[in-house]
Design a protein around this ligand. Structure first.
Ligand code: GLU
Length: 308
């Protein structure tokens, strides 16, 4: 559990793979309101860790959109692309603890030999005792051992996962040499002194793995709160692939009000006419966690589309 005597510090950690849309705005607004209603700080971390998936200009576009919406962050933006030394150091610490090992398996081999887990195939542990002769190390994996991880989610309640059965030894450094999200997020949440992680429920299965890494690296475990994710009529998460409309920075009000409604808040009709300062003053003062639907996903018909 996070130390409650510490100042609240939250964060928003977008990946610059495209512009912000309704789904990502839910995480931004929910995190911002949770931080500000606690009198805390709200940090932004650009998760630009995976250049092949990134869209040029998307990071700046995301920051401009947050500003246009009045979602002002505290301190300097952290860029994961500038943090490779810290991730390498964490990997080295884990190596010294004998907690990681190189893995020579290809995606195909893993797919053919593994059981299906909660979030992809469960690695069968082929290389845990060493790489077979003639094979070359590709990725680095962390041993999960037999431990179960439990945590109390601020919205979704008590969670328990069996790391070995549900995920298996997972990748911290990928075959292409890039550091994995699970490693970077743990190192950075600690570096930024995050006390509560607020994000979409699509990431709830990452949390037990992140807690495992925090324990190995002797880092504090923040509190976690996973918001429902916005689903389209087909039950899919909003993303570029499902053509989620980007935020209209000239007229963000309609969308911000829809996001508040999605999160169960009850904005008055005239809030759309408020200036940006009054809008957030109302939203912060009236933020009620107990009004957020305690579910993993909610279907939204046409988010961000002005019906007028
Ligand atoms: N970068 C991740 C995303 O955009 C979020 C990671 C996190 O909040 O831990 O989905």
């Amino acid at each position: 559990m996070a130390d409650s005597s510490k100042t609240y510090r939250g964060r928003f950690a977008p990946s610059p793979t495209g512009p912000l849309h309704f789904g990502s705005m839910v995480a931004a607004v929910g995190g911002f309101l949770q931080a500000k209603s606690h009198g805390g700080e709200w940090r932004v971390r650009m998760e630009d860790l995976d250049p092949p998936r990134e869209v040029p200009g998307a990071a700046d576009d995301i920051l401009r959109t947050l500003e246009a919406c009045g979602l002002h962050w505290d301190g300097a933006v952290m860029y994961q692309s500038r943090r490779h030394k810290a991730y390498a150091a964490a990997l080295k610490t884990l190596d010294r603890l004998d907690a990681i090992y190189p893995c020579a398996c290809s995606r195909r081999e893993i797919a053919d030999s593994s059981m299906k887990g909660i979030d992809g195939p469960v690695y069968p542990g082929t290389c845990r005792k060493g790489i077979a002769a003639g094979r070359e190390a590709r990725a680095w994996r962390v041993k999960v051992g037999g431990a179960a991880v439990e945590f109390d989610d601020g919205l979704q309640g008590r969670q328990r996962r069996d790391l070995a059965a549900d995920f298996g030894d997972f990748v911290l450094r990928r075959a292409d040499g890039l550091f994995a999200y699970q490693l970077a997020v743990v190192v950075d949440d600690a570096e930024q002194g995050i006390t509560e992680v607020v994000r979409g429920a699509d990431l709830i299965e990452s949390t037990p793995r992140q807690i495992h890494l925090q324990r190995l690296l002797n880092l504090p475990t923040p509190d976690y709160l996973h918001l429902p994710v916005a689903l389209n009529a087909r039950g899919e998460k909003f993303s570029k692939q499902t053509f989620a409309a980007p935020v209209d920075v000239e007229r963000p009000w309609q969308l911000l009000i829809q996001v508040l409604q999605f999160l169960g808040q009850a904005p008055p009709v005239d809030l759309a006419e408020a200036n940006i300062g009054d809008f957030w003053r109302w939203a912060i003062a009236h933020w009620r966690l107990d009004r957020i639907p305690r579910v993993m996903g909610v279907v939204v018909e046409t988010p961000g589309v002005d019906s007028a």
